[in-house]
Design a protein around this ligand. Structure first.
Ligand SMILES: [Zn+2]
Ligand SMILES: [Zn+2]
Length: 208
């Protein structure tokens, strides 16, 4: 089991003081509704452009949107497993890993640190737009909203599983899997919005 935080035990109620500079400390905190709204608005704009300005058939567009969504769930899994939980072999990597994810494992219920600062999210969205546009041209206007809706739902699900008690329906597995990732086995259950890739790639929590 990889230990990626600093604390021996996660602090369920505390919050890390990450920067001595008060401005940086403030910027490191984001209310979850801000990036979610940003991504959904960007998705809507992109969809509008796709529908009004491109000649792509709407049926193809919807399939591209779904593909973008599924692609996001894979990126989410991949980033969480290989980047957020990388083995830090230099002090810089260690600091980066702690800032982006270790701190969340130390303070899992600190609700202001469940998303990146808005300007970082905006920069990511802009870079993704450029990459998708380069690869698939006008089709990107349908693919990007799928990806961004995936991102927004990941942020929403992650917030909800930390902020609210589990429901009594089949969505409960999302709570159970993420609790196992935090409190029992950080080498399993990397998918937050869906266990799909954990099932396909064999990282579902063991039954016992
Ligand atoms: Zn979490
Ligand atoms: Zn993690």
């Amino acid at each position: 089991m990889k230990k990626i935080g600093r604390l021996e035990k996660p602090d369920n109620f505390g919050s890390a003081h990450m920067f001595s500079n008060p401005i940086l400390e403030r910027i490191s905190r984001t209310h979850i509704s801000i990036p979610i709204t940003m991504f959904l608005v960007m998705a809507l704009i992109s969809f509008y452009i796709a529908y009004t300005e491109t000649s792509t058939f709407i049926g193809t567009g919807i399939l591209l949107l779904i593909a973008g969504f599924i692609f996001f769930t894979f990126v989410e899994y991949f980033m969480h497993k290989y980047f957020f939980h990388m083995e830090p072999n230099t002090p810089i990597k260690d600091k980066v890993q702690y800032s982006i994810h270790g701190v969340h494992h130390d303070y899992p219920k600190d609700k202001d640190r469940l998303a990146m600062p808005p300007f970082v999210s905006a920069a990511y969205a802009a870079i993704l737009y450029l990459i998708f546009k380069l690869i698939m041209g006008d089709l990107a206007y349908y693919f990007l909203p799928g990806f961004l809706i995936g991102y927004a739902s990941y942020l929403g699900v992650h917030y909800i599983v930390h902020a609210f008690p589990p429901p009594k329906n089949f969505f409960k597995t999302l709570w159970v899997n993420h609790a196992i990732h935090h409190y029992k086995d950080p080498d399993s259950a990397f998918g937050v919005s869906t266990p799909l890739w954990d099932i396909i790639l064999g990282t579902m929590p063991k039954k016992d």
